[in-house]
Ligand binder design. Sequence first.
Ligand SMILES: O=C(O)CCC(=O)C(=O)O
Ligand SMILES: [Fe+2]
Length: 319
Amino acid sequence: MTITTEQQTFALSRQELEQFERDGFLGPVKIYEVEEMETRWKTIQRELRDRSHAIYPEGSGKASSISNYDRHLDIDLLSEHIMKREIVDRVASILGPDLLCWRSEFFPKFQGDEGTDWHQAANFAHASGSPQIVWPSQDGLPAFGGTITVWTAFTHSTRENGCLQLMPGTHKHMNYDESKGMSYDADAFNAREKDGVKRGFFGYDYRQLQKDPDWKPDESQAFPLVMKPGECVIFWSTLMHASLPHTGAKKDYRMGYAARFVPTQVQVYPGTEKVDEYGGGITLDNYGTVLVSGVDEFGHNRVAKESRRGFPFVPHRQG
Ligand SMILES: O=C(O)CCC(=O)C(=O)O
Ligand SMILES: [Fe+2]
């Protein structure tokens, strides 16, 4: 009798990889059954309110968008989520086996909320002014950068409740310069229209970062990504992405949860102790990256071995 110990992996096929390279995204990809996601989300929602183990204190008002970062470091179901083979194996196919999760965040849209501005992010200096991820330079030139984002729909995501929009194939050229700086204006929330669509960037106007102030995103290239609860989309943060405003019913809110990954050679928050953005601030005293796969031969970053509630972060082995 032969015993097979082979474990299922979720590595991308060659065809999927080619598609990803061409389009800059892949999805929707099912991670959880709808019912399972709905059950999980109920528990997560309850646990989110308990900040006793969260690494950042609660932000007030608009700053709450920043204090909802990194709850994978204190909520077991989110710790488990960012470590899920269904996610990690796929990201490892793109970035290589040695992988860090450096950020997770919630993206809610409630009734009446504006859509998210069109944007691209390479080093995530856009709001704080300091690069949050820095790739090693290549041939003496600064590397292009970016992170792989896995955005999972925790609720239905529809045209009416503010689903994501993507522009395929736009991930290799940056239309924005993240070092330009944007001005924060809490009053601008839900107050601006851009080409007839209510949009903003959580208190900023992403158009301020345009390399060419006269340029406009070509909306004809965009398509809305409708997703069921438990489905995710995997995309380069340098892909042109946005979301529609929530024009639907009150009970039909949408909740996305983005987990962001980089290979271990990337420096996360280099030289940064405090991050000021979105009208709030966080200190990184309790922050750590999570090694979700492989080994860290670089030692650039603090790596959390377990969550704040003792969930063990045991990296997966690829291959
Ligand atoms: O969910 C949204 O509206 C925006 C998400 C986003 O920009 C991201 O995940 O990088
Ligand atoms: Fe984004």
